[in-house]
Design a protein around this ligand. Structure first.
Ligand SMILES: [Zn+2]
Length: 325
């Protein structure tokens, strides 16, 4: 498939970027306001909502590429065939995803995503800070501006993550799951006592500490809106799920939110080495037809969602819980 997006000299940078496992920016035409109506006759007959809806949809691209396979998690050597899958993602997969987004005038999201896809929950605070600092510097140079957001690789943040995001001046995060369709002020990670059955129950029978909001806007992560678990072969993915099943799962979530809320966010997480596969891309085409058949749908980047929330133009959720210890 020919891509309408120029790769040219940017490709070298893009490939370097792939290796360090950070999101890449997809600079495509901005498209705001009500989206196009589906050419599916069944979709066109959908009833209008009783009151205006505002639905912020977006694609978050976890490029991952080689980084995810280079980091085997236990220091062992990577499988060269897996490395080739990462290269496929950074070349063939990216071209197809860019072409798909371009056709639909969707601007996807740019953000930080580790260096070699480190699981932050396995690191100490100084290791995590070094990775954040170096990747922020490299991505800022690549973009020519500072990125606004961060996504924990494999959605494994640490107890230190939120404070570090604040320290480095980031606007939003896309790693936590306190809600599935509303933005909110991300709480600091609470203290939860580990249940160690080799000890007396009195050592763990304590409440979770009280949740306190940070300045970071959370655009919720959602394993049920991620292409990896269903369609990637291995490394946490099943690989052989019927796209009709996942289409149904994703559209049922969308339909439910549309029924329940006047406004909501619908952030979809994809990986070019997964969503660049023909059968998955065709599912995305069907998904867009479904979503765009609704009134009030807007496609945008995550920082645009975050800005709308921070300026009070779209409401969100308040996360509360825990106990003062
Ligand atoms: Zn990733």
């Amino acid at each position: 498939m020919a891509s309408s997006v120029s790769r040219g000299p940017k490709l070298t940078n893009l490939l370097l970027c792939c290796f360090i496992g950070i999101f890449i920016p997809f600079t495509l035409a901005s498209h705001h306001g009500p989206s196009g109506v589906s050419d599916d006759p069944k979709m066109e007959s959908r009833a209008k909502p009783t009151q205006p809806k505002r639905v912020l949809c977006g694609y978050g691209i976890d490029l991952d590429a080689v980084s995810l396979w280079a980091n085997t998690g236990d220091g062992t050597s990577a499988n060269p065939s897996d490395i080739s899958r990462g290269i496929y993602g950074a070349t063939v997969g990216v071209d197809r995803v860019l072409s798909f987004l371009d056709r639909h005038h969707i601007k996807a999201t740019c953000g930080l995503h580790g260096f070699t896809h480190e699981h932050m929950s396995a690191l100490n605070a100084s290791q995590e800070e070094e990775i954040l600092s170096v990747s922020l510097d490299k991505l800022s140079k690549f973009l020519g501006k500072k990125p606004s957001g961060w996504t924990a690789p494999a959605w494994t943040p640490s107890p230190h993550t939120v404070q570090l995001l604040e320290k480095y001046g980031l606007e939003y995060d896309h790693s936590f799951m306190h809600h599935d369709s509303q933005m909110y002020k991300l709480p600091y990670v609470p203290t939860v006592k580990a249940t160690d059955v080799t000890k007396s129950p009195s050592t763990w029978m304590q409440p979770m500490s009280e949740l306190r909001a940070s300045s970071i806007v959370e655009i919720p992560a959602n394993w049920h809106l991620d292409d990896w678990p269903a369609f990637n072969v291995g490394n946490g993915g099943n690989g052989y799920i019927d796209t009709d099943l996942i289409f149904k799962m994703w559209t049922e979530q969308f339909d439910f939110y549309y029924q329940e809320y006047d406004s909501f966010v619908f952030p979809i997480t994809i990986h070019p080495q997964v969503s660049g596969k023909p059968h998955v891309l065709r599912m995305h085409e069907r998904l867009l037809k479904h979503i765009n058949s609704y009134e009030g749908v807007e496609w945008m980047t995550m920082v645009e969602m975050s800005n709308l929330y921070k300026s009070g133009q779209i409401p969100g959720h308040v996360v509360e819980g825990g106990a003062a210890l």
